[in-house]
Design a protein around this ligand. Structure first.
Ligand code: PHE
Length: 364
């Protein structure tokens, strides 16, 4: 057997026996590296006679090719084996619940807004929004609160400085009702929207903060009556408080943008010394709690938005989101809602995975 044939057998045998990628690399360097055995043979070609080179050259090249091919085959095989082993050892059960709870908590106000959107979506309401910096026409005038109306003063409005030549005075909206105006001017009836958001009034004590949250509801269609309003609010409050024994009382009241207007009380009962929404308000220490302002949309408001009040009618309602959160989740002070105290947020906050759904219970 020639030296060449011996070398070939040695190398191919070693490659075959190589147990890992390190061994493969060592053999490659030993055979094909700068100081390698095969490389050394290739270098001898230069010193050969043409006849000798013609005879030996192809054999050396063939050896290099065979070794190169054997190395890559063995390498591929070892890599595949390593991958198979990894796949066998690293299993992931996709049916298990996630164990990673996202950091932080969802603020009760955000959670309640999501709950409300879920409840009203089920009744066919879309979510609308408007800017917190509003003009006095949409916040007041179009809502039938003219310049001299005492309701303007009652709202404790934060005004921006007057701008000379500007058509309207800008302000921080004092309620979400201007979204009624924006919606009626922007889209054709029938309309069914809710509009949650921040509102501002210059007022501050245990139950009032200069910024708080409201949610507005608006329905505009043909032949809408107070009956539709009452059914909608009853259905909403039953879903929100997750009780069937919710009773409502509509009391005549005055809002410039409604006619007639009604304040809505919800019945509460007293359980272990605590007021809970629902139950019989006429029993024990039960009673009524005011939760909403509402009414049929005033003709003048519908007209101000460019719609014909003889053709289109509807109802609107508005309520405080923070207050709804307090009533459902048992906070008794409003101010910590906006303090950003991590202890309060951890106590009253919700997991980001706790997405409100009607099927799972909106407040699960
Ligand atoms: N905008 C009223 C408020 O802030 C609430 C309301 C809305 C009343 C819609 C009636 C209809 O007090």
């Amino acid at each position: 057997m020639t030296d060449l044939e011996q070398l070939r057998q040695d190398l191919l045998g070693a490659i075959d026996a190589a147990a890992g990628l390190d061994a493969i690399e060592a053999i490659r360097v030993h055979a094909l590296g700068k100081q390698g055995a095969v490389t050394g043979l290739l270098k001898t070609l230069g010193a050969m006679s043409p006849e000798e080179r013609q005879l030996t050259g192809p054999r050396i090249h063939a050896l290099r090719e065979a070794v190169t091919e054997a190395l890559s085959e063995r390498k591929e095989m070892l890599e595949r084996k390593a991958m198979d082993a990894r796949l066998a050892s690293e299993t992931l059960d996709m049916t298990l619940p996630v164990d990673l709870v996202p950091p932080g908590t969802v603020h009760p106000v955000s959670q309640v807004m999501d709950e409300l959107a879920e409840i009203f979506a089920d009744l066919g309401f879309a979510v609308a929004s408007g800017p917190e910096i509003e003009d006095d026409w949409r916040n007041f005038t179009a809502l039938n609160i003219p310049e001299t109306h005492p309701a303007r003063a009652m709202h404790d409005t934060f005004y921006f400085p007057e701008v000379e030549g500007a058509e309207h005075r800008m302000l921080l909206r004092t309620h979400t009702s201007p979204v009624q105006i924006r919606t009626m001017m922007m889209q054709k009836p029938p309309i069914r929207i809710i509009a949650p958001g921040r509102v501002y009034r210059s007022d501050s004590d245990a139950t009032h903060t200069p910024m708080f949250h409201q949610i507005e509801g608006l329905v505009i269609d043909k032949g809408i009556t107070l009956g539709h309003l009452k059914w909608t609010l009853e259905t909403f409050l039953k879903a929100y408080f997750e009780r069937d024994d919710i009773v409502l009382r509509l009391r005549p009241s005055y809002f410039p943008f409604t006619e007639p207007g009604a304040e809505v009380d919800v019945g509460y009962s007293v359980v272990n010394g605590k007021r809970v929404i629902g139950g019989d308000p006429s029993k024990g220490n039960g009673g009524w709690m005011e939760v909403l302002g509402s009414g049929m949309v005033h003709r003048k408001v519908i007209e101000a938005c460019g719609l014909d009040p003889d053709e289109w009618q509807g109802f609107a309602f508005g309520t405080g989101v923070d207050r709804l959160a307090m009533l459902k989740y048992g906070m008794d002070d409003l101010r910590p809602f906006f303090d950003g105290d991590l202890r309060w947020l951890r106590h009253y906050g919700f997991s980001a995975l706790d997405v409100p759904t009607l099927s799972g219970g909106v407040g699960a």
